[in-house]
Design a binder for this molecule. Structure first.
Ligand code: 5GP
Length: 179
């Protein structure tokens, strides 16, 4: 009888407690910066941003409208495909709105650049970027990130919404994939 394959557990890089504290700090900074704005349109980039966005909006002390946009460049590989496909789009006119784009991780910068180019065409009053993780070592496109959770080295990371071929999104911490 052959033994079942051993599941490799990602090695913890950022604990759930550290994430919780940092998300609270980001929420406080966003709240302060939007003190005079009646509403923030939070645009979550799917799929990886869904847990971060869900936690973050609960730390923003201003009314939020939540929208989702789908962007994918990775497929199932660990390096960027270089082409960014936009899938599901927001179903709301953001003209004149204060928009906060929430992304899991900025790596080459191509995804966030493509999404912001698209959203800017729609004439929002303001457009800010909040990413949980920044991997500047792989950057190919210059992007101005307004709020960063953690700057990390060039590892492929999983957990807290980020996947490896659709696995590990449910982990409460950020870990380094060991496959
Ligand atoms: P970029 O376009 O900046 O190269 O890549 C951004 C997208 O690639 C992210 O939204 C994410 O989906 C994916 N990505 C980049 N680095 C990682 C990583 O370390 N782990 C995971 N799971 N996805 C990543």
């Amino acid at each position: 009888m052959t033994a079942p394959p051993v599941e490799k557990v990602p090695k913890e890089l950022i604990s759930a407690d550290r994430i919780h504290i940092r998300v609270g700090e980001l929420g406080a900074a966003i709240t302060a910066d939007h003190a005079g704005d009646p509403e923030i349109v939070v645009v979550c980039v799917l799929k990886g941003g869904f847990i971060f966005a869900a936690d973050l909006v609960r730390h923003i002390g201003r009314p939020c409208r939540i929208e989702f946009i789908r962007a994918s460049s990775y497929g199932n590989r660990h390096t960027s495909a270089g082409r960014v496909a936009l899938g599901h789009d927001i179903d709301f006119d953001i003209a004149g709105c204060h928009v906060l784009l929430v992304e899991d991780i900025v790596d080459t910068g191509q995804t966030i650049s493509r999404v912001t180019d698209e959203l800017r065409k729609r004439a929002p009053a303001s457009l800010k970027i909040c990413c949980l993780l920044d991997k500047p070592s792989a950057r190919k496109v210059t992007v101005g990130i307004d709020y960063t959770g953690f700057t990390i080295p060039g590892h492929f990371v999983v957990g807290y919404g980020l996947d490896d071929a659709e696995k590990y999104r449910e982990l409460p911490f950020i870990g380094i994939a060991t496959t």
